[in-house]
Design a protein around this ligand. Structure first.
Ligand code: MGP
Length: 364
């Protein structure tokens, strides 16, 4: 296992085109509308607060689509000039944020339509933070260095599962690529970092609140226009993806997996008191199955896992990848592994490990 070192260019970014092509599947088609497995796009906004009258997604031609039980309505704007930042005829959904009702937003002219202030508590003082979140609040500037400067928001799950910024930035450097899918984006810590290193970021989550918070946080970081927020269950989405023909898929270069580990108790998950975290404890499906449904999308997978994870199990996942045995450049044997594990430290504290697969493996 390697210890995380300094920032450097991703080996994947430097791969020759033909090898990169073999490492790339033929992925994500027209992002999804209508069903949770295909996903529903939340709109992304202009990079700053300079949206003008007429940009309000509630104006103009709209088609209403029901997406969640909680009476959240996604209105899909169909005009071509509302295509997303990556161009094309991608549908853009109008604002479906849960909390600010239309009336509230009308009353508050200053607020950006995708701002989620009020959706979850914004903690300023430790005294206001519930006991189970206090230790995370004390780390807020490690999680989001701009926490005191920007009105960033996290829900309970976000507090204990967001990737500390320094780690997120490092992972983003290693995953530098054209198209990255953040399969469990949570409140957006990784997606915000990916927006700075990847051409196109697809941030997926099946929780409308967390996805909205991710967009809110990205908005205040000024990068939300570089991210497509997709409301979808990744497991269903990936299975559906596998059923689609290659012609119906868009390309995804890298998938980042940062799934639920079963809550903050993950350190005591090992069977019979063992301190080792088994991949079977990953949610929403066992970690090896999660990997198996991801491999057909791309072998370039970054998997963010507990620091006490079973390293042997994680390494053995590489055996299931369909990757070339020879480097395409000169036909020589590859001579290195298709997996690399990296410890993620913040200061002197080990926080997690990331396993890199496929073309993300650093040969150095
Ligand atoms: P932690 O162990 O809960 O915190 O999480 P800390 O401060 O190291 O606790 P201590 O008591 O050991 O000092 C460490 C990091 O793991 C968090 O910052 C998250 O990035 C990550 N993490 C924690 N959980 C419970 C999850 C999870 O369920 N999913 C994901 N993807 N990451 C998690």
């Amino acid at each position: 296992m390697r210890r995380r070192g300094g920032r450097g260019a991703s080996i994947f970014a430097a791969l020759p085109w033909d090898l990169k092509s073999t490492l790339r599947a033929n992925p994500v088609a027209e992002p999804p509308s209508g069903s949770s497995s295909r996903g529903d796009l939340l709109p992304t906004q202009p990079p700053s607060d300079d949206h003008e009258e007429g940009d309000d997604p509630e104006e103009g031609d709209e088609q209403e689509v029901q997406v969640e039980e909680e009476e959240v309505v996604v209105a899909v704007a169909a005009t071509p000039d509302e295509a997303g930042p990556s161009g094309g005829n991608r549908k853009r959904a109008a604002n479906a944020l849960v909390s600010p009702s239309k009336r509230q937003r009308t009353d508050d002219h200053e607020r950006h339509p995708w701002d989620c202030t009020g959706l979850v508590p914004r903690y300023e003082k430790a005294a206001d933070v519930p006991a189970h979140l206090k230790k995370y609040f004390y780390q807020r500037h490690s999680l989001f260095p701009a926490y005191s400067r920007l009105p960033l928001l996290l829900d309970d799950t976000g507090w204990f599962s967001v990737t500390p910024s320094e780690i997120a930035e490092h992972i983003a450097e290693r995953c530098r690529s054209d198209v990255i899918l953040d399969a469990f984006c949570g409140v957006g810590g990784n997606a915000i970092a990916f927006a700075r290193t990847c051409e196109r970021v697809i941030a997926m989550d099946n929780d409308i609140t967390r996805l909205s918070l991710a967009r809110h946080n990205a908005l205040h970081y000024g990068v939300a226009d570089r991210i497509e927020f997709v409301l979808a269950d990744y497991v269903e989405w990936a299975r559906e993806y596998a059923r689609r023909g290659a012609h119906a898929r868009e390309e995804v270069d890298v998938v980042f997996l940062s799934p639920p580990w079963g809550g903050p108790e993950y350190l005591s998950f090992g069977a019979d008191g063992s301190p080792t975290y088994p991949l079977s404890a990953v949610l929403p499906i066992p970690g090896d199955e999660l990997f198996a449904i991801t491999a057909p999308i791309t072998p370039n997978i970054a998997y963010y896992l507990p620091r006490n994870v079973d390293v042997e199990e994680v390494a053995s996942l590489a055996n299931t990848l369909d990757v070339p045995q020879k480097d395409a450049e000169n036909g020589a044997e590859r001579g290195r592994e298709w997996v690399e594990m990296e410890e993620e430290w913040v200061g002197d504290k080990l926080k997690a490990v990331t396993a890199y697969y496929g073309g993300l493996v650093d040969g150095g």
